[in-house]
Design a protein around this ligand. Structure first.
Ligand code: BDR
Ligand code: CA
Length: 310
């Protein structure tokens, strides 16, 4: 059983990542913290709580984190995730209280109260993770075994030509995390763009008759629309964030390479680009395990099977 903390900005694919973690008997979700990213910090916090209410996991503590990125003004992705950040389904209002502390305080409390090491999973901008490393460096190094994140790409972009959204929003935070000395596992666009769910598979979710399945039928339908634009050349909607949890559940589903990854925080065209040293040209420490290939059919089956458990 792996103990994890999920720091997220729900977000349709963040919600799916949370669902996979809750459904899995290999993962214990100890706490959820939220960041500003796909939507404003108020909305992402509310969305995380609405999802936990839907999945009847109000026992999992939740705290809200950063209001803005470390340096840049906040840029959100309402064009992808809608006005609420989770458009497409009628979700219940939260029926429990948010923790009376910040995200980094909840992470610290959770680490201190847990025996053994904990994995931090980040599926939004890395602002909270970077703040945590700056405020609690000893605790972080003692108790976090790895930081598994969705973000970045090797030669691709989805927000600017070579920059992925999560890193684009807070490049300085990502740089702090990648250079922290804590091992990182990266789910870049190269793998998440293989993790597409087809329209017919979304239709199949409709027949999962529990409330969680029904909600995700609506959510995935909404999320798919943005990805229909022919410019992407997709055959479905890429499910970015659940790749992190799928890797924790079944690493055999992926092919990976160990390499140095850093972030460009300057530059007119490439601010936020993840620089992946695939050929070890720098000789710098191989700080990151990068997911490069996924068994898509296995991944979709995991999602379907997980939705059935509710
Ligand atoms: C990432 O950006 C967000 O819109 C998604 O939730 C995902 O974390 C993909 O670039
Ligand atoms: Ca996200």
């Amino acid at each position: 059983m792996k103990n994890i903390i999920l720091d997220c900005d729900p977000g349709h694919d963040d919600a799916l990542a949370m669902m996979l973690a809750i459904a899995s008997d290999k993962i214990k979700l100890l706490a959820v913290t939220t960041s500003a990213g796909n939507q404003t910090p108020e909305k992402t916090l509310n969305n995380a709580m609405r999802m936990l209410t839907l999945m009847k996991r109000e026992d999992i503590p939740v705290a809200g984190g950063n209001r803005t990125p470390l340096v840049k003004p906040l840029e959100t992705a309402g064009n992808v995730h809608g006005k609420s950040g989770l458009d497409g389904a009628d979700l219940p209002d939260p029926d429990f209280e948010v923790q009376d502390m910040t995200a980094i305080e909840l992470i610290a409390k959770t680490l201190r109260e847990t025996d053994g090491k904990v994995t931090l999973v980040v599926t939004g901008p890395m602002t909270n993770a970077a703040l945590f490393l700056r405020v609690y460096p000893e605790l972080a190094h003692e108790k976090i075994d790895q930081i598994v994140f969705m973000g970045g790409a090797m030669g691709l972009g989805n927000w600017t030509p070579s920059v992925e959204f999560n890193i684009y929003v807070d490049p300085e935070a990502a740089k702090i995390v990648l250079n922290s000395g804590i091992p990182t596992v990266m789910a870049p666009l190269n793998v998440t763009h293989q993790a597409q769910i087809k329209k017919a598979e979304i239709e199949a979710v409709k027949s999962i008759k529990n409330p969680v399945g029904q909600a995700f039928y609506g959510l995935l339908g909404f999320f798919e629309i943005y990805h229909e634009d022919p410019k992407w050349g997709f055959f479905g909607a890429p499910l970015h964030d659940p790749c992190t949890i799928a890797w924790l559940i079944d690493p055999e589903m992926f092919e990976t390479e160990q390499m140095n990854v850093d972030v460009e925080t300057e530059g007119e065209l490439v601010r936020g680009e993840t620089v992946c040293d695939y050929y070890d040209l720098t000789g710098k420490p191989k700080n990151t395990e990068v997911l490069l290939e996924i068994d898509r059919d296995k991944f979709i089956k995991l999602i379907m099977d997980s939705l059935e458990t509710f």
